[in-house]
Design a protein around this ligand. Sequence first.
Ligand code: TXA
Ligand code: MG
Length: 313
Amino acid sequence: MVSLLAKVASADAESIAHAARILRQGGLVAFPTETVYGLGADATNGRAVAGIFAAKGRPRFNPLIVHVRDLAEAERHAEFTDAARDLAARFWPGALTLVLPRATTPLSDLVSAGLSTVALRVPAHPVAQRLLQEAAVPIAAPSANPSGKVSATTAVHVAEGLQDKVDFILDGGATILGLESTVIGFDGDRPALLRPGAITREDIEAVAGSLRKAGPAIQSPGQLDSHYAPSASLRLNVSEPEPDEALLGFGPSQNAALNLSPAGNLKEAAANLFAMLRQLDRNAPRIAVMPIPERGLGEAINDRLRRAAAARA
Ligand code: TXA
Ligand code: MG
């Protein structure tokens, strides 16, 4: 317990400066972003980046998102097109990740896992921003959970999954959005949705025009079926739970064990999703989830739920 506490610090100027030093020395730091917690390493240090794959048990073929301070820094690492620049201008800093051809860059090849592209994001969370400023290196950071498990939206979740594997955890409270960033790739100048996320398809399409499904020209190795897997089994689109199922509600419900949003608000549901899955997983062998509409943030919520359920199939 003592060693765990020594690793977690409430995010303030001093702890962020400490975290930045650890990053520059090649260590692993978990930190809050507006989406989920990230497990960060200096993206220019191949040994440090290799440490991320080892800590998460992440397959080497699954590339990492590199976090940078702003668009100008992002343009040093990747070849931007006008379409990419328009999206960055509208949504950065924020929950958008752009996958673009690598430029000649000091980024470790490992962040791209053998692909010719790199995923870039400028996070909006003040702690993430400050950490990027202080560390003065790009930070490679996947979600701070063991590979295939539910993402972490609090520092306690990070510690539960990775306490022995990480050098330091910055605690910035519960993340506001609760779902990972939306990942957009390009086929030439035409954007494709590689992963639905905290920015809705509708909002992206308002800037970029209609999004295509990722074709074979664009690889997204992270979209494996089994992901976000709780230990409990998961059944979706359930209105009437069986007696041994704990019901995760959405909208009005008499018999929900927990409710993502009694008012049926998708933003609230997204923010609660991973924490409530973890909580039910601790107490029930079987989880049933009420139907969630596919519009807006529902697309990303249902994507995570389908992957969590697929792990059981
Ligand atoms: O909100 C988020 O995106 C969080 C926070 C920490 O920024 N990060 C996150 O990272 O969710 P991760 O590693 O759990 O998910 C990154 C996704 C994976 O599906 C990965 O395959 C995809 O982005 N990705 C990364 N680089 C890629 C590339 N070069 N080409 C295609 N997909 C890529
Ligand atoms: Mg992840």
